[in-house]
Design a protein around this ligand. Structure first.
Ligand code: NAG
Length: 307
């Protein structure tokens, strides 16, 4: 991640990550709604409400519930994407420096970029859990009439289940983000090593789209089972004295595999990978572009000072 380029202070990496995140969400959000619907579906209902895959789900939502439903629940992710992506990139930058110093390495290498990504993912998870919980509960069809909006989910969750319930699903979220970011940043490093360096701006953009998309795809392949169980853990209303069916991440993965088959662990995979593959590309391009812009801006400021 621009590790060998001139470093910029924390505020800049944070801002660049935020801009990248908002750009990505505006393009990709409807796929996320579809993904959650498919993941939460456990049995068969009436034919008009049963989704046979992503496209079918997409069409049925638009036909039965209206186009705007594809953007239902976006206020939480918009508010979340900025801090979340900002945390992802700023943490990756910071952990990268930390590990290079700790191991006395001047340059990034493959194993360090995986370790850096994993650490950035763990950092990110702490920021995203409450936002994710609100989003999952708004996206679930069963709860369409239950909550009037994001703040209502927060109020009802705290009132009925206690404030700690907002961190329901922390453990599975940690795993989901550790795996995704390790895959994402690890692949970006590797793909950038493999493909020829570009010497034009456009060439560099294409390289970033490719590296980011491969990273997003691989991250998604490794983390989807954890995402499925995370959706279910967070969608479960906590009842005092009852051990929830889905509780810890890896046992829940086994439960789903045993009861519904291995394929169930990849429920919602297609919309997710279509979102996070290209989404990973959009993120990296916007992030790199904004960082270049900031670098140039600072250079110009410094030059102006010298004159
Ligand atoms: C990367 O650097 C670390 C720390 O110096 C080292 O332990 C590791 O083996 C290196 N990995 C690769 C793939 O070169």
């Amino acid at each position: 991640m621009a590790a060998e380029q001139k470093p910029l202070p924390f505020g800049y990496t944070f801002m660049a990550g935020a801009i990248a995140g908002v750009s990505e969400i505006l393009v990709m959000y409807p796929l996320d709604v579809v993904k959650t619907r498919v993941q939460l579906q456990t049995g068969k209902g009436p034919a008009s409400e049963t989704y046979n895959g992503m496209l079918d789900c997409f069409q049925k939502i638009v036909r039965n519930e209206g186009f705007s439903r594809l953007y239902r629940g976006i206020s939480a992710p918009i508010l979340m994407e900025a801090p979340k992506r900002a945390t992802k990139f700023a943490a990756n930058d910071k952990w990268g420096k930390f590990y290079r110093d700790a191991f006395g390495q001047v340059k990034m290498n493959q194993s360090l970029s995986v370790l850096t990504g994993a650490s950035a993912g763990a950092t990110e998870a702490f920021v995203v859990v409450p936002f994710e919980l609100v989003k999952i509960r708004l996206q679930d069809k069963a709860s369409a009439g239950k909550y009037s909006g994001a703040l209502d989910v927060v109020a009802k969750t705290i009132r009925n289940e206690g404030i700690l319930a907002m961190y329901n699903g922390l453990e599975s979220t940690l795993w989901r983000h550790i795996l995704w970011n390790a895959g994402y940043f690890g692949c970006i490093f590797q793909v950038r090593e493999w493909i020829p360096k570009a010497d034009t701006k456009k060439g560099q953009m294409i390289n970033d789209v490719v590296a980011g998309s491969v990273g997003g795809t691989v991250g998604t392949i490794v983390n989807t089972p954890l995402d499925v169980v995370k959706s279910r853990i967070q969608n479960t209303i906590k009842v005092r004295g009852v051990v929830p069916k889905y509780n810890w991440a890896f046992p829940a993965v086994l439960t789903v595999a045993k009861e519904e088959g291995f394929a169930a662990l990849y429920k919602g995979f297609l919309p997710k990978v279509l979102r996070l593959g290209p989404g990973g590309g959009i993120l990296l391009v916007v992030y790199t572009g904004v960082m270049d812009f900031f670098r140039k801006m600072k250079d110009d400021q410094e030059k102006a000072k010298l004159v």
